[in-house]
Design a protein around this ligand. Structure first.
Ligand code: ZN
Length: 431
């Protein structure tokens, strides 16, 4: 963690500021704390591999004792949840991390089924991500125009945090309880973000007004203490009298499930009114995700000026909730043009396999990894064609990180995706 993070970090329990306990074991690298112990007025927390662990669950306490003894690799293993698992798994992960060959995919695979489950390789092109990304770019792009910082709460391994990297004036914070996921984000998905390990069911370990944009995507239905969470989300973006008009902030809860409809995953979703009632001091707008998805598939604009009747909302499997007083948010937002230079590396979407070729081009065919995937994310057929031919010279340009004009539409439709470096999705057609 950067030492400047002390400006926004607070103890989730006593609310006081934290400091490095210099009498305990610590390792610094430039202005970053790699390992060490942070103290407030009530307790102590460890920093493990550059990540402050701001909760007191058993693993955190154990990791803190190990950091105090200078056993930093073991502390990381405890935070990964691998200390009591198969010892061979822990050793395999440690060896991999130490090697140059480590990628997002190889580390996830070394963990086995413990993190990320199945479909992370396809995340950057799935319908949930596509909507979350568009909402993030529109709302964060508006409220952060004149500066300010963003936080992605329960952001997992940082897929949407990556969408905030160039919008947040200082490095966006990625907060999540799962240490392994934010560790992967810091190293691969969103390098440069500021990860903080904390519990979404406890008060957030941040100062009032630390941020101008706070979001929670695809996770809010799993939070039990929803009322506390929303009030706290509003607290960390509260600038009191300092935020006026175009300097106002925003809180966004995207892809949260709806109690009125059946969805295959767990958690405790609320009704649209249930979500609305959590916001006691500000009236949020609630959107059905299918309308936002249609906006994106149709090439925009993303219409956040729409008012959705409650009967329509009740039929929606997933909802997006936006609370803000910024005048520029509840309007139609043009979609950004697709990038012509890769931020990471351009790849043919790994949902495609090579099905034929000619001298001039390679033909790719859409193939889902499983029936379950197709059932959950099959809406991607609305932008991913069944079959597509890509000229060979275009494939060479992509490998060099460029998407020439004739590929713009394929990038927009996510047939070609801009993946983080060393994400290591399988190369389409090479099986
Ligand atoms: Zn405290």
């Amino acid at each position: 963690m950067r030492t400047s993070t002390f400006e926004i970090l607070r103890c989730p329990y006593c609310g006081s500021r934290l400091d490095l306990v210099t009498s305990s074991f610590h390792q610094l690298q430039g202005d970053e704390i790699q390992h060490g112990i942070l103290g407030c007025q009530c307790c102590v927390f460890p920093v493990v591999d550059g990540i402050p662990v701001m909760h007191l669950q058993p693993a955190a306490t154990k990791a803190r004792e190990l950091v105090e003894r200078g056993e930093t690799v073991n502390a990381r293993r405890v935070m990964f949840g691998l200390d009591e698992a198969d010892l061979a798994v822990g050793e395999r992960v440690d060896t991999l991390i130490a090697s140059e060959a480590a990628t997002y995919r190889t580390i996830v695979e070394a963990f086995g089924e413990y993190i990320e489950g199945g479909y992370f390789l396809y995340r950057f092109a799935d319908p949930t991500f596509v909507v979350g990304h568009a909402v993030t770019r529109a709302v964060a792009g508006t409220v952060l125009k004149h500066g300010g910082r963003a936080i992605d709460i329960c952001g997992g391994s940082g897929h949407l945090t990556r969408s905030l990297m160039d919008l947040s004036a200082t490095a966006p914070v990625l907060a999540d309880l799962y240490f392994a996921k934010i560790w992967l984000a810091r190293r691969f998905t969103a390098p440069g973000c500021e990860p903080v390990c904390c519990d979404g069911n406890s008060p957030m370990p941040f100062a009032r007004g630390a941020f101008r944009y706070a979001m929670c995507s695809d996770a809010f239905m799993y939070i039990w203490t929803k009322r506390q969470f929303v009030q706290d989300m509003l607290r960390v973006i509260d600038h009191g009298d300092r935020g006026e008009g175009s300097r106002e902030s925003a809180a966004v809860i995207s892809h949260t499930h709806n109690q009125c409809t059946w969805t295959p995953s767990h958690g405790q979703p609320l009704t649209p009114d249930g979500y609305r009632n959590l916001f006691e001091t500000i009236e949020p707008r609630i959107y059905g995700e299918s309308a936002l998805f249609a906006d994106v598939v149709n090439g925009g604009p993303l219409d956040l000026s729409r008012l959705t009747p409650s009967g329509t909302l009740e039929a929606e499997p997933a909802l997006t909730v936006i609370a803000t007083r910024h005048p520029g948010v509840f309007v139609p937002h043009a979609l950004e043009p697709p990038p012509d230079q890769a931020r990471g590396e351009f790849r043919v979407n790994p949902l495609y396999v090579e099905s034929g070729s000619s001298v001039a081009s390679v033909v790719f065919r859409l193939r889902f990894p499983s029936d379950d995937y197709e059932q959950e994310y099959g809406a991607c057929r609305q932008y991913l064609p069944e079959e597509v031919a890509i000229p060979r010279e275009a494939l060479s340009a992509l490998a060099a990180g460029r998407a020439p004009g004739n590929l713009t539409d394929l990038v927009r439709r996510r047939v070609i995706v801009d993946l983080p470096r060393r994400y290591d999705a399988p190369v389409a057609g090479i099986t």
